[in-house]
Design a binder for this molecule. Structure first.
Ligand code: FAD
Length: 308
């Protein structure tokens, strides 16, 4: 119930614009967002890399309404790739198609995405395309499929809460795709997504088994298990060990600010762990989705709000 209310709030751009102006809220957001400038994100990424972890960087933004904003976002990612190279960081971009203009036109979005992929290709870097709400699922996968042969460095995301995901995972395994598996962070109707957490977790486990199978790995699939769910992370580690899948054939991904206590344990097992670091002014939707994932985070918010 609270999750649904928060997810509805995350879609209210007017509230976002208001909150973005308040200095106080900005402070609260820092747990999940490195800051407003790329420099803030790079400071965190350097620390993450120094701890022996891989990183991903997201310049926050979604559902942009002007072509110039979409082009500027693409330009920012090109500059980030340059900076990653200059600083010699183990870091890749993770971006949203609606930030590159998918709501405006598919050709604009493709033009922007190709620019980033070309730059990343030259640097030998992968680019992860995030998955947004179901309004974009099919279009996002179609764009991924279309670009894969020209850009083998492109990667996509599957959300375990969607009823369609098992079919999508099978479709991606046949392609030998690079796939992040997450639970899913948007407000979706029950005919499209499992509403019950146990069903979502069970779906995640099923899809994890498909992606981490000898058949999938032989086809070249590279799965990334994006979750802070200790049980599912351990499940992936155990399964890979049992099947003799080498630890460099898959990775675990987590968001900066969540379950840092698990990092050492995951690395200690010789697993690859990537931490996604976000920055930018447009943090509202991302932040409220983090609150919705764990309503206990609201306590953290209130504690800060009422602190003298
Ligand atoms: C690297 C990465 C990339 C992602 N990309 C996408 C994407 O492209 N599309 C998409 O829809 N979703 C994406 N997500 C979000 C994802 O779908 C989930 O909403 C999110 O990861 C929470 O689910 P969980 O797997 O951690 O499991 P949960 O069962 O929600 O959480 C497991 C445990 O993790 C901790 N935890 C989880 N969330 C929080 C939080 N917000 N604050 C504090 N503790 C928390 C708690 O201890 C909780 O018990 C991504 C997540 C990660 C880690």
């Amino acid at each position: 119930m609270l999750r649904a209310v928060l997810l509805r709030l995350s879609e209210q751009r007017a509230i976002g614009r208001l909150l973005e102006r308040l200095r106080l809220t900005r402070r609260l957001v820092r747990r999940f967002v490195a800051g407003t400038r790329a420099e803030d994100a790079f400071a965190v990424i350097e620390r993450v890399n120094a701890e022996g972890l891989l990183a991903a960087i997201t310049y926050l933004g979604e559902n942009v309404r002007g072509a110039a904003t979409a082009r500027a976002a693409a330009e920012t990612y090109v500059e980030l790739l340059d900076e990653v190279k200059r600083r010699n960081l183990a870091c890749l971009p993770s971006l949203k198609l609606t930030q590159l203009g998918l709501d405006l036109s598919e050709s604009l979005c493709l033009e922007n995405l190709k620019r980033i992929l070309e730059q990343a290709s030259a640097a030998g870097t992968r680019v992860w395309i995030d998955m947004e709400s179901t309004a974009y699922t099919e279009r996002t996968l179609a764009i991924y499929e279309r670009l894969r042969s020209r850009f083998p460095n492109v990667a996509c995301v599957i959300q375990a809460y969607l009823r369609r995901s098992e079919a999508d995972v099978k479709r991606l395994i046949a392609l030998g795709a690079t796939v992040r598996l997450c639970k899913g962070a948007y407000r979706e109707p029950p005919d499209l997504a499992f509403a019950d957490k146990r069903q979502v977790d069970a779906s995640y486990a099923r899809l994890q088994d498909l992606l981490l199978s000898p058949d999938a790995i032989e086809r070249g699939v590279y799965p990334a298990f994006a979750t802070h769910d200790e049980r599912l992370i351990q499940r992936a580690a155990n399964r890979a060990r049992q099947l003799g899948i080498a630890p460099d054939r898959f990775e675990i991904q987590m968001l900066d600010g969540i379950r840092h206590d698990l990092h050492a344990q995951i690395r200690g097992q010789g697993l690859r762990l990537r931490v996604l670091v976000s920055y930018g002014e447009a943090w509202y939707g991302f932040f409220v989705r983090r609150l919705a994932e764990r309503p206990a985070n609201l306590l953290f918010l209130f504690k800060h709000l009422f602190r003298p």
